[in-house]
Design a protein around this ligand. Sequence first.
Ligand SMILES: C[S@@+](CC[C@H](N)C(=O)[O-])C[C@H]1O[C@@H](n2cnc3c(N)ncnc32)[C@H](O)[C@@H]1O
Length: 190
Amino acid sequence: MPLEELLQELEALGVQHDATENEKSKKLLNITRDTGEFLAVLVKSAKAEQILEIGTSNGYSTLWLASAIPESGKVVTVEKLSDKAEMAAENFVRAELQDRIVQVQADAEDFIRDSQQIFDFIFLDADRTAYLSYIDVLLSKLSSGGVLVCDNAISHRHELEDFMAYLSNKDTLTSCLLPVGKGEFVVHKA
Ligand SMILES: C[S@@+](CC[C@H](N)C(=O)[O-])C[C@H]1O[C@@H](n2cnc3c(N)ncnc32)[C@H](O)[C@@H]1O
């Protein structure tokens, strides 16, 4: 199925589904289209090939990331809930991007601590209150010259204040907060 058609279908589904679903863990909570476009531009500009995404949901943002890397690249995407991981798997096949995506069903922090891989691009879109507890390990898995993007940096700024302040004060990092989508905090590692 053409990617653009699937993205539009998922955008409509996400809005409709989240408006009628009361249980927060079942909401899809997809990034906005402009965030997807922004991620694709960043990934291509950075020539990133090894991407880590924390928070798959039904795979909407993963599709943007996977479509921005060359065939030799991979997106590793982590989701703790099996129902969402299954929905995502179907969408990856529909987009014919499944060969560029590795799905991990696990708790983000467990995966990050156990992983031996180095990534050149990391997208954080999961349990915001846990980010500070694993950010040092996560940064050790970001390559020199790599980029980390964190979603919801304006919509949930109060939850991410300490996290952003911590990163902003590190000498090896350059960061900025952009009014794209729900607010994107972008970090470059020297
Ligand atoms: C905001 S949604 C991700 C939306 C997705 N990035 C997109 O735009 O399509 C957050 C997802 O992170 C998952 N999640 C939350 N805490 C997690 C954790 N500790 N480990 C792994 N996944 C987690 C949730 O189940 C949810 O599906």
